[in-house]
Design a protein around this ligand. Sequence first.
Ligand code: TXA
Ligand code: MG
Length: 341
Amino acid sequence: MDTKLVVADFEDWREAVAEAIAVLEGDGVVALPTETVYGLAADAFNAEAVARVFEVKERPSFDPLIVHIGHKRDLDLVAKVPEELEEVVDELVEAHWPGPLTLVLPKREDVPDLVTSGLGTVAVRLSAHEVMRAVAREIPIAAPSANRFGRISPTSAQAVMEELGGKIPLVIDGGACRDGLESTIVAPEMTEKGPILRLLRPGPIPKEELRKIAKVVKPKRSKEDHVEAPGQIESHYAPATPLVVVERPEDFIPEEGLRYGLLSYRGEGKGSLMEATEWAHTEVMSPGKGKLAEGAVRLFYCLRSLDAAGVDVIVAEAVSETGVGVAMMDRLRRAAAGSKK
Ligand code: TXA
Ligand code: MG
């Protein structure tokens, strides 16, 4: 299959949106930009098209998808917000939609079970990217990240082409993703002491922000020790090259004969590994002063470059676990766990 690449200009993205809608109406799938990472979209209410998403991604059907809506009021099309949670959900929506926050809520019966992997809940978000939002206004969209299962999420149309080129008919190029990491996922719940937010996946909206609205707690673990967000299995976000995260520079002891690639946070200063060995390839996420937000935007892009550089091992410097740094370290640790397999 030839994959058509259509650029959605700042001024004129309507044409691209119309092309995407035409594919979706014909039961097809299309890659769309969001502010976090690119998504592989299907009509959320068309089970056949949703099945195609799982097939193209080679994603196991026990891992549910996020539904993207186009207006705040469309939340009622897919979810049933329990009365006791209305207030906290309203506050979350007012503060963070459109934006990189996904809410897990009881689902409406007519959302296909395939979308939610048979769960009683659905994950919903309203993207801040005008292309995704314009498409979702016409058709609620089920869209996981547009990568093959378990691999690095794409933050540019070029990266989508590397992942899924030849497998899907259309990719809409909406530029580089503004946030660069997948959305923060929370499940609001009511307890005797008031509402809580279970943080199922750290992301661009940090805990510090969520805490202003309600108490933030860790995900529950069930008896089988499966995390509540099934996609949170450890091997996610893995490059093909083995990756290690180095917390303290003195912990890194290079092995003779191996070609190492470095993922550095700011390329200099305390904790930097730039001088630790003769690197075959280096990528610096936020050169100079080091800004976590810039590091987050560039993390997956830098990992892709390192993965393509043909090194034996990728060594990643740890970043400080504050703000979006929590999400960055989460992805790096998963990449390390996944690349061991
Ligand atoms: O930023 C994002 O969220 C991107 C863009 C494309 O929107 N999407 C994304 O989708 O990261 P995906 O499929 O790669 O990750 C969705 C995560 C998975 O970990 C999945 O297990 C979890 O959301 N999830 C989906 N529905 C859920 C539910 N009902 N309960 C708990 N977790 C759920
Ligand atoms: Mg994903």
